[in-house]
Design a protein around this ligand. Structure first.
Ligand code: LER
Ligand code: MN
Length: 269
């Protein structure tokens, strides 16, 4: 059964128990926690999950550095932080952590356009970082969800093909592909076909509409993409990762959850 989750929102309480209750009341099945919560407020988060029964389905970001960082000590720091997050994610029943190669570090489409490291080195570095996370994933029963970002946010992995090829080349089967509808809308020629091509690799999904606001407000064809998820028998979590437009953001967000549930139904999910 697919779960719908949300990342944190400005209108959710800072008190984690209250936050998780709000998440459920809004119509979600679970919460996608920032990794910083697992690093810095782990006891509070664990107690909130236990008290409310609302699961942390997944984790995203919140660690220092990037697995594809140009600076070696920052890459090592990222790996060490992610290891701690994954151990704790396993303890509280979360499926894993969403990890891009890097975010906002370099773009081949923005000046200076010439990266300090060649593409074949990028790939080696990514395979090396991801290999170092194999043991903790196996021990904690978690996955790394490797996320291709659009060309303006990262230069290493932009498509499901690029992420899938790194996984295959490195034999990294503790790593799954994270398919984000916002990035796919920019980079994939046909979202449904790309999802179907990587059917055994897709482990997690992010949703936002074409303009990265709440689903239902833009022009992304979610039903079409969800048909791909139905065809591959996807059973993971789809997490909302978007800003919320409008004067009544809480109500608009609630309506967006209803909209996505209708799209899921239309797609047979
Ligand atoms: C960034 O644009 C993004 O999509 C996040 O999920 C980063 O991991
Ligand atoms: Mn994302």
């Amino acid at each position: 059964m697919i779960k719908l989750a949300t990342q944190d929102k400005p209108f959710f309480s800072e008190d984690l128990k209250t936050c998780l209750r709000q998440v459920r009341q809004m119509g979600f099945d679970g919460f996608e926690a920032d990794g910083a919560l697992l690093l810095n407020q782990y006891d509070e988060l664990k107690a909130a999950v236990k008290d409310t029964g609302v699961p942390v389905t997944s984790v995203c970001g919140g660690y220092r550095g990037w697995i594809g960082d140009f600076v070696d000590y920052r890459r090592k720091t990222a790996i060490e932080d992610i290891k701690i997050i994954l151990e704790r994610a396993g303890e509280i029943g979360a499926a894993g952590i969403v990890v891009p190669a890097a975010w906002g570090m370099f773009s081949l489409r923005l000046p200076p356009m010439v990266p300090p490291r060649p593409a074949d080195e990028d790939r080696k570095v990514l395979i090396d970082s991801l290999s170092k996370l194999r043991q903790v994933c196996e021990k904690s029963g978690t996955n790394v969800f490797l996320e291709p970002l659009n060309r303006y946010e990262d230069h290493m992995l932009n498509t499901l093909d690029a992420a899938g090829e790194v996984i295959e080349k490195g034999g990294l089967y503790h790593v799954k592909i994270m398919a984000d509808f916002f990035h796919m809308n920019i980079e994939e020629p046909d979202i449904k076909k790309s999802i179907c091509k990587w059917k055994d690799f897709i482990g997690h999904v992010h949703i936002a509409d074409s303009h990265r606001y709440q689903p239902g407000d833009g022009h992304t064809d979610f039903v079409y993409g969800f048909e791909g998820l139905r065809e591959i028998g996807f059973q993971g979590t789809m997490a909302f990762e978007c800003r919320v437009l409008g004067n009544a953001p809480e109500e608009n967000y609630r309506q967006s959850v209803e909209y996505i549930r209708r799209c899921m139904e239309k797609a047979g999910l």
